[in-house]
Design a protein around this ligand. Structure first.
Ligand code: SAM
Length: 347
């Protein structure tokens, strides 16, 4: 039964194939957990090959499921290996792999969105941030619905040197819906340039290393999948707090294809058009620019101006142009202006 696995994975003892494990445990993909499995070991090997830095490293796999990528990682002989899986039906199959690993592989049943990696790896792996990255690698083929919020959470941890990044500039190799992967690496002027491009690129060197056709998964999703690697930058390209950058970038991309004036208007109270003018004047960005055309340097300048304004105007950071209160106040303000009243709403 283990012959097929043996021929592709020479370093592991004979193991039942993933199909055998799944059929013995009567496991089928759960829609609720958006499970799409990679059963082709040539492809799982390819992911691990492109991840690089796995042999002798301390590796964490998120969402191992039936264990395809897990087998490929084990075969590269990591120094230690931790897997975090939410669905307990996969435990028996993963335990087989753990036994084959001579105790190197440890299984955690849980939700990666709540999992703290700050104490997962040995303490002596801790590197200075400016040093070469530690021998730590996080790898995963997660459901699309989890992968995007998770990378935003992890980007914040990267900026704040928390979690797996309290050890230094730990590397990541993750899969995303192809369009999301393309957005992450998109350059200015690209139609794919979006919030994720800025958030990922200002903190990390990001690479879309290859694409896996949707039909390679079981069951096949409607879209293809991009494999993306991240290496945290020594210095973030924008030196402002994560939450501030996130707010600026979110507001600026609220109207992705419209003129940037629309983005500035999301950041400041509607009755302070003078602040919109200040953004233009201080940043030197042309009025005919659109958010998708801006470079990270230009976002850096917008963030700096916004920070100055927040220091100057109490409560500005909490201002939410999309909130119900603001829309109500805006309506009143417009009506009053139309009726020729002189209104000041105190913002
Ligand atoms: N890595 C396997 C593969 O490539 O075949 C499985 C991929 S499947 C797309 C995603 C896996 O992540 C499933 O095993 C699912 O149960 C698990 N998963 C989903 N949400 C999770 C979460 N919040 N925390 C940990 N694992 C999760």
């Amino acid at each position: 039964a283990g012959k097929k696995a043996m021929s592709i994975l020479p370093n592991l003892p004979p193991l039942p194939t993933m199909k055998e494990v799944m059929s013995v445990q009567k496991i089928s993909a759960l829609k609720r957990l958006s499970q799409n499995f990679l059963m082709d070991l040539n492809l799982t090997n390819k992911i691990v090959r492109h991840a690089k830095f796995v042999k002798g490293a301390h590796v964490c796999e998120v969402g191992p499921g039936p264990g395809g990528i897990t087998r490929s990682i084990l075969n590269k002989q990591p120094a230690s290996f931790y897997v975090i899986e939410k669905d307990k039906r996969f435990l028996p199959g993963l335990e087989l792999l753990s036994e084959a690993s001579n105790g190197k592989m440890k299984i955690f049943l849980g939700d990666i969105l709540r999992f703290d990696m700050s104490k997962l790896f040995p303490d002596d792996l801790k590197h200075d941030w400016l040093d070469i990255p530690p021998m730590i690698h996080i790898i995963g083929n997660l459901p699309f619905s989890v992968a995007t919020p998770l990378i935003i959470q992890w980007l914040q941890e990267i900026q704040e040197h928390k979690g797996a990044w309290s050890y230094g500039r730990s590397r990541l190799t993750l899969t995303f819906q192809l369009e999301v992967a393309q957005r992450m690496v998109a350059e200015p002027e690209s139609l794919m340039r979006s919030r994720l491009s800025i958030m990922c690129q200002y903190l990390c060197h990001v690479n879309h290393v290859f694409t896996i056709p949707g039909k390679a998964f079981t069951p096949a999703p409607d879209v293809d999948v991009g494999v993306v690697t991240f290496v945290p930058r020594k210095e973030p390209l924008i030196g402002q707090p994560f939450k501030l950058v996130e707010k600026v970038v979110r507001c600026m991309f609220q109207h992705r294809q419209k003129l940037i004036k629309w983005g500035f208007e999301m950041l400041v109270p509607f009755d302070r058009p003078d602040l919109v003018d200040r953004f233009f004047k201080l940043s030197g960005i042309g009025e005919d620019s659109r958010p998708m055309e801006l470079t990270i340097d230009e976002f850096k300048s917008i963030c700096c101006i916004y920070e100055e304004l927040c220091n100057e105007i109490p409560g500005l950071f909490e201002y939410d142009a999309r909130s119900r209160e603001v829309s109500e106040a805006k309506k009143q303000w417009r009506t009053a202006k139309r009726d020729g009243e002189d209104v000041f709403l105190g913002t």
